[in-house]
Design a protein around this ligand. Structure first.
Ligand SMILES: NC(=O)C1=CN([C@@H]2O[C@H](COP(=O)(O)OP(=O)(O)OC[C@H]3O[C@@H](n4cnc5c(N)ncnc54)[C@H](O)[C@@H]3O)[C@@H](O)[C@H]2O)C=CC1
Ligand SMILES: O=C(O)CCC(=O)C(=O)O
Length: 386
């Protein structure tokens, strides 16, 4: 029986996806963690932990290097909540362009009076602009960014996408009406709206700072539904104060930006829809089961993605350093133990590699596994039985 420990609120549909071989609990001795935004940086990973699945896209809450070195596979469910974020971003863009929030407050505050008497005069204060015909820059055109770009284009916006690492799958999702540009400057200069949809990492921290704000058009509306820190809030305050930025809309509050009329903050609700939480939790549950049963690393964010049909009877999977002669060392140990290799596959991702070996004739299982584990640079070894 595999033990699955959950953090955060995980949609019931995902928990119901687990078969009878899995027990969901809060025990620290888990084979799998199923999490959302819980911060894993200070959580000790138990020795038996094999997999962490993040229901959602961002995985900056998980220490990937530590997980890899402990032989733990980490997965996300990118795309599961992309539509939820798209709808929120478009909603806030409309709210911003039509002064919806101040107009709502006006109507609410004047509801005691006969509002119809004042309406014709009051509406002059809330005259807005239409999105159609305006220029939108989308920074990061992955699952979320591509959907935002396509929806904005369908609303008649002139959309520019900047993503130096765009993969082929993402490229297929982008409408041909989106202009693909090769520099941040080309995307953001002259844009009426700028929206950022990138993962948070060392390269993207401060991606939008004073230098980029300086390139923007006066009166720009800036959106950050990615993570705190990708847009530099100290610089945002400066550029809001000098009216270069008209509105800053974000899902991530911080003291210095709160309480201003030109800032719209939501409490991290981008992925908080029934549909997105259901998609994420079921996808995460399936990923955990597949990895534990077959070693399939599709959608892993710390290991190379590898899938090999598992016909049995036995499979050895290894997470190890990506160094020369490693595969030779593994096969030497198996050969010396009289083990026959039926199928084998290996892939690498930067400094890490992952190897799947289907075998038969494995007699002294524990001895062979221990020998494999003792190879310098091997982080984790598992034996799977069909
Ligand atoms: N507010 C919320 O509740 C949610 C927030 N998010 C955030 O949005 C981020 C993006 O989500 P997805 O689109 O699903 O991820 P994704 O991985 O599908 O797309 C991210 C894109 O950013 C691009 N990128 C990376 N570095 C870049 C750079 N320096 N400049 C331009 N592009 C760059 C990548 O090539 C990729 O195409 C997540 O990592 C997460 O932090 C995602 C879902 C919900
Ligand atoms: O609602 C959640 O669990 C987090 C959504 C999010 O930020 C993400 O998927 O990256």
């Amino acid at each position: 029986m595999y033990q699955v420990k959950t953090y955060n609120v995980i949609a019931q549909e995902g928990l119901d996806t687990f078969t009878k071989d899995y027990q969901i609990n809060k025990s620290d001795h888990a084979d799998a963690f199923l999490i959302r935004s819980a911060d894993m940086h200070h959580v000790n990973f138990p020795d038996r932990l094999k997999v962490i699945a993040r229901s959602g896209a961002g995985f900056n809450n998980i220490p990937l290097e530590r997980a890899t070195k402990q032989g733990i596979a980490v997965f996300n469910t990118a795309g599961s909540n992309a539509n939820a974020v798209r709808e929120l971003v478009i909603a806030v863009m409309v709210a911003t362009s039509r002064n919806l929030i101040p107009a709502y407050h006006y109507a609410e505050q004047n509801s005691g009076a006969d509002i119809s008497l004042h309406t014709e005069k009051a509406k002059d204060n809330f005259r807005g602009s239409e999105l159609a015909g305006k220029k939108l820059a989308v920074i990061g055109v992955g699952h979320v960014g591509s959907l935002v770009a396509n929806a904005a284009s369908a609303l008649g916006m002139d959309v520019y996408g900047y993503d130096p690492y765009l993969n082929t799958d993402a490229a297929w999702r982008i409408s041909t009406s989106i202009h693909r540009v090769d520099s941040m400057k080309e995307a953001i200069q002259n844009a009426d709206y700028v929206t950022v949809h990138v993962p948070k990492n060392k390269q993207t921290t401060g991606l939008i700072s004073a230098k980029e704000m300086e390139m923007m058009k006066p009166g720009v509306h800036l959106f950050n539904y990615s993570r705190i820190g990708i847009v530099n809030n100290t610089d945002v305050v400066k550029y809001l104060d000098n009216h270069k930025i008209k509105t800053y809309a974000t899902d991530f509050g911080e003291d210095q930006i709160l309480g201003r009329d030109d800032v719209i903050v939501t409490p991290h609700i981008g992925g908080a829809t029934h549909e997105a939480e259901r998609n994420g939790s079921t996808q995460a549950a399936r990923t955990i089961m597949k990895y534990l049963k077959t070693g399939d690393t599709t959608n892993s964010v710390n290991l190379p993605q590898l899938r090999l049909p598992f016909e049995g009877p036995l499979r050895i999977t290894l997470i190890h350093q990506n160094v020369p002669k490693m595969v030779g060392k593994l096969t030497d140990i198996l050969g010396d133990a009289g083990v026959n290799i039926d199928k084998m596959s290996n892939a690498s991702l930067e400094h890490t590699a992952y190897t799947i070996i289907d075998v038969d004739g494995l007699k002294d299982e524990q001895k062979v596994l221990n020998q494999l584990k003792q190879i310098d640079g091997v982080y984790g070894v598992r034996l799977l039985k069909k």
